[in-house]
Ligand binder design. Structure first.
Ligand SMILES: [Fe+2]
Ligand SMILES: [Fe+2]
Length: 299
């Protein structure tokens, strides 16, 4: 008997994504000029997206210190990106473990795993080129990520994909066309945006099916996991050590950044598409709403 999760349009979607991947994919080893010098005094992300932008602390910082903070913040975000991609590719491998290997749905998942592996190599090279450490999301988030990648099975799997991919995608789409930003970071963002557009279509499509097929209990659980993941991603993109690296008090700077109206507005802007989709998919209700509000992603 054919179930909702095996409808033929699922295969048609996977075939379109496979064709698009064959037409336009990148190898960051050759498609990024790793030898190009970094431009002195140039921001590494749009200035108005740096977490302390507009705060009293920002006003006291020199131009060099602001640029340096943008370098450490983009490296911190990239290291969180690697952490999330390691989670995603394990979730994808588990998603297809029991499915027929000759289906296009499985083939596309394997292509996506390959994309994420190349992205993580690309982010890793960028962090090294920028002379920054791999900050990561912090110990608690790292541990929660271990649970998510090992045990998640329901709609929360593709919802987690979307939280990481949609928010990063919004920032990178803006960054890649901003000529005030370092060319190396713009190129890397451009490559990521093109390949992630396919991942987003796959995840949107699959999440819709999973929610339609899930039991009421599974939906409730998914809403909670999704709220917790959104809070973690929204508040852990910048590691406190990134502030310390530019001579700021890490605790005070983090506190100021999390309360910064400009940063909260940036996060709301970056997650607006995601929030609309989750609301339409019945993922935004229940006790998790409190966490969504605390994260500042919804008001
Ligand atoms: Fe990626
Ligand atoms: Fe992705």
């Amino acid at each position: 008997m054919r179930t909702l999760l095996d409808r033929p349009d699922r295969e048609a979607m996977a075939q379109r994504l496979l064709r698009a991947s064959a037409q336009k994919s990148f190898d960051p080893e050759v498609d990024v000029d790793w030898e190009q010098p970094l431009v002195d005094g140039m921001f590494y992300m749009p200035e108005h997206r740096v977490s302390l932008y507009g705060t009293p602390l920002w006003e006291r910082m020199s131009h060099a210190q602001r640029v340096d903070l943008s370098r450490h913040e983009i490296a911190s975000t990239a290291s969180v990106g690697i952490w999330f991609e390691l989670i995603l590719l394990q979730l994808l491998a588990r998603h297809i473990y029991d499915r027929p290997a000759t289906s296009d749905h499985v083939r596309y998942a394997l292509v996506e795993v390959g994309d994420e592996c190349r992205h993580s190599v690309m982010f890793s090279r960028m962090i090294e080129k920028l002379g920054c450490p791999t900050y990561g999301p912090g110990r608690l988030a790292h541990t929660l990520g271990r649970l998510l990648k090992s045990f998640a099975t329901g709609p929360e799997v593709f919802a987690a994909f979307l939280i990481a991919e949609e928010i990063l995608d919004a920032f990178q789409r803006e960054l890649m066309i901003d000529e005030s930003v370092q060319p190396l970071v713009r190129r890397i963002s451009h490559i990521h945006v093109i390949e992630e557009a396919r991942h987003l279509r796959y995840a949107h499509d699959e999440l819709g099916r999973q929610m339609a097929a899930a039991s009421p209990a599974a939906r409730t659980w998914a809403r909670w996991v999704v709220a917790r993941s959104a809070w973690t991603v929204s508040s852990h993109l910048v590691h406190p050590d990134a502030y310390a690296a530019v001579g700021l008090d890490p605790r005070a700077a983090r506190r100021m950044a999390l309360a910064n109206p400009a940063r909260r507005e940036s996060m709301r802007w970056a997650s607006s598409k995601l929030v609309r989709f989750f609301a339409a998919s019945d993922l935004l209700s229940g006790p998790g709403l409190l966490l969504w509000r605390r994260s500042g992603l919804i008001t």
